[in-house]
Design a protein around this ligand. Sequence first.
Ligand SMILES: *Cc1c(COP(=O)(O)O)cnc(C)c1O
Length: 383
Amino acid sequence: MKTIPYSRQEIDEEDIAAVTAVLRSDFLTQGPAIKTFELALTRYCGAAHAVAVSSCTAGLHLICLALGLGKGDRVWTSPISFVASANCAFYTGAQVDFVDIDPVTGNMDPDRLEEKLASAQRKKRLPKLIIPVHFSGSSCDMVRISALAQRYGIKVVEDAAHALGAFCKGVPVGACTHSDATLFSFHAIKSITTGEGGAVLVKDPTLAKKLMILRTHGITRDAECMESSSPEKWYYEMQELGYNYRLTDIQAALGISQMKKLDDFIHRRRTLAQRYRQLLAALPLTLPPTDEESAWHLYPVQLTEEASITRSALFDKLRTRGIGVNVHYIPVHLHPYYRRLGFKPGNFPMAEAFYARILSLPLFPSLSEAEQKSVVYRLEELL
Ligand SMILES: *Cc1c(COP(=O)(O)O)cnc(C)c1O
């Protein structure tokens, strides 16, 4: 029996040809494909600048550095996310805290944020940066989050690892209308892939320049940016302690090719999500809210009280029947590393209740209608 995975990449002959062409060219890395890929991203999202990096995690690290985070600073993010959204703060010496979620969307709850900000201000413990995460590809309420952040003078970075191709009130996620920066991931199972890869989108040219220098050891070769002038042609300057977080041209070529198919991918994901909504309507499941603007990275359902099976048993039984379900996410604060820092069960009750009932069903562009039917059939049988 062939297993239906919960997600998988979409690679066609065009992608393979694009990568092959780079392999036959002069540049495997630091060549022309990076700029072209960055342009494709800025055109799609409407942001002024895109900085391609080796992963979304690397991008999160760099944006934290570029925004000046360090020891003594605080970052707030969502507990329902991949660990990278929070870990990036620690890389800079900053501390992490979380804002509980809206149990319907799984996204950071602006009401909880408002309360927590008011209380933090009284205790003089305001964060320097907030990182909302667009869970499953559906945008957070960025209008409210950015209004609150502005009121307290806090920076906002969107973790849009799930949300390339999504919109927020008619504007593409990545335009940075309500944030200082937006992060994308091109890991194999995200909206588009470069194998591993990521990008930081920003409006501010100074911030973009800083990110570009930090991704390559803190080195600049641009005479205009140098601190000392030298007539020597070989001269370059290391101005900050940066990293090697570059994307390769091999990866960027795949990214350029994948970007051409992004709209088709999202359209297909949306169609499948609408079909799940119809096919699963009668089952004891809470379905994800309809969001016409979502990129549908995941299809997370929640088992309701009426279900006669536990989430754990349902997960195991689906897996043994060849249905590759998954759980997104174990709340970040409950991982041992975070517990050792003092977080514990009960800290973020909405996130913990969400985690107890959530299950991601298979969703990817090439999921066939027959495969989707067999997912639904197994769910009907077990529920
Ligand atoms: C995948 C993911 C990341 C990390 O992306 P990488 O490119 O693998 O580093 C960060 N945040 C979220 C929400 C993710 O899903």
